[in-house]
Design a protein around this ligand. Structure first.
Ligand code: ATP
Length: 231
């Protein structure tokens, strides 16, 4: 049967130890985010932010506690169907030696030109792309042109958005984008994700000022939790 993810996420007393190193990355984390909400996660390097994303993507199972998606234990969901409804942009951008268009459409069966262009617009990279001589057919990577860090990040965001994900997770992927472009991306996301769940791991305060909820992590624990005004 088809899995329809709505995007209600609940962490209940989640602790996590990386099995290979024995490092305790999360210690008794509880929070909830509902469809339509924008959750921001901040905290120093090594505080456990990416680990929350790893667990949500089910790269690992929790050591103790529970993660629920739409009220169901995450472990019980069909992993392929579940992941197909998550848009994830990792910290380290990965582009293939291929055209910009194929990089955005990556992993999809059919490439619809309009969908690719729409995703590029939503990620605020369309105007850059059409300025290249070959536009969306421009080759990137080893044999192609060299993109700026911010352009790569935005192409990677477009790749996540083309899936029209029910849950979007951005792991610190706006670092190389200037604040004005960041604002444009976030405002578009606010519209596109209005019924869906957005989780943004960030460093800059500007990124999180419109968040419905902010988690401040410290050494794997939640140091503070609330809205921008409450904190
Ligand atoms: P940053 O802001 O630098 O990305 P972060 O807040 O995202 O940091 P995590 O990447 O979640 O922090 O790391 C939390 C802890 O888990 C750190 O001590 C880190 O060294 C460790 N860790 C992270 N990834 C792994 C892994 N794949 N295997 C083992 N330990 C890991």
């Amino acid at each position: 049967s088809k899995l329809d993810v709505k995007g209600h996420i609940k962490f209940e007393n989640v602790s996590f130890v990386y099995p290979d190193t024995g490092i305790k990355a999360l210690d008794d984390i509880s929070f909830e985010v509902k469809p339509g909400e924008f959750l921001a996660i901040i905290g120093r390097t090594g505080s456990g932010k990416s680990t929350i994303a790893n667990l949500l993507l089910r790269m690992y199972d929790v050591t103790s506690g529970n993660i629920f998606v739409d009220g169901k234990p995450i472990k019980r969901l069909d992993i392929r169907q579940y992941r197909s409804q998550i848009g994830f942009v990792p910290q380290e951008v990965f582009l293939f030696s291929d055209t910009i268009s194929n990089n955005i459409a990556f992993g999809r069966n059919k490439t619809d030109k309009e969908e690719v262009e729409q995703a590029a617009k939503e990620a605020a990279v369309y105007d850059n792309i059409i300025q290249f001589e070959h536009g969306f057919d421009t080759l990137v990577g080893e044999r192609g042109i060299t993109l700026s860090g911010g352009q790569k990040q935005r192409i990677s965001i477009a790749r996540a958005l083309i899936k029209k994900p029910q849950i979007l997770i951005l792991d610190d992927c706006l670092s190389a984008v200037d604040t004005k472009t960041e604002e444009e991306i976030l405002s578009r996301l606010g519209k596109n994700m209005s019924e869906k769940t957005s989780i943004i791991i960030a460093h800059r305060v500007s990124t999180i000022k419109n968040a419905d909820k902010i988690l401040v992590l410290e050494d794997g624990k939640i140091a503070e939790q609330g809205s921008h005004q409450q904190l």
